[in-house]
Design a binder for this molecule. Structure first.
Ligand code: 5GP
Length: 184
């Protein structure tokens, strides 16, 4: 049975990270570690959360065809290293947790990839929560809300949409989608 490339996307705050952790706890999956030019946040470890690299190094990797996909997102570059993913795919299913534009690039390059979008049960509540974040300027919050609407507008291009109303149910749905794809 061939291993699957599983792409999970969804707006910020929808609970993707928690879902991914639950899948990883189960075993049988590895998580692709992306490269990014954004600086690490407190607690993020290089090589675990991301490979934190300079803009120059990122540009060089683009030139060398080192990315499966990449995108400029909120003024920083993010990309999936091709070699890393290819290696991991030899041993297990691989999960990419990436935004919509990158996900659609993956689907073009690799049509067998399984694209799953995770959406909130209540978009308005998620927007209200984003707006309630006192740490960000109005401009930044507006950009995030626009981005969230843009991402949700691409859901028809995904293989499946899972609504994260209840975490256990969402995880079970994702596992069942993966299982049925593997049986094909
Ligand atoms: P953050 O900076 O909050 O960690 O991530 C911002 C966004 O970048 C998230 O939507 C995340 O899914 C996306 N992202 C993370 N890694 C990659 C990647 O390798 N490629 C693309 N296209 N998006 C990514």
């Amino acid at each position: 049975m061939k291993n699957l490339l599983i792409v999970l996307s969804g707006p910020s705050g929808v609970g993707k990270g928690t879902i991914v952790n639950r899948l990883l706890q189960d075993g049988g999956y590895s998580l692709s570690v992306s490269c990014t030019t954004r600086p690490p946040r407190v607690g993020e470890v290089d090589g675990k959360a991301y490979f934190f690299i300079s803009k120059q190094k990122f540009a060089k990797m683009i030139e060398e065809g080192g990315f499966l996909e990449y995108n400029n997102h909120f003024e920083n570059f993010y990309g999936t290293p091709k070699g890393f993913v290819t290696e991991q795919l030899k041993n297990s299913d691989v999960i990419l947790e990436i935004e919509v534009d990158g996900a659609l690039q993956v689907k073009q390059a690799y049509p067998q990839a399984l694209l799953i979008m995770i959406l909130p049960p209540d978009e308005a509540a998620l927007i209200a929560r984003l707006k309630g974040r006192a740490t960000e300027s109005d401009e930044k919050i507006a950009a995030r809300v626009d981005r969230m609407r843009y991402e949700a507008s691409k859901k028809h291009l995904y293989d499946f949409v899972v609504v994260n109303d209840d975490l256990d149910t969402a995880v079970a749905q994702i596992k069942s989608i993966i299982k049925s794809r593997k049986e094909i």
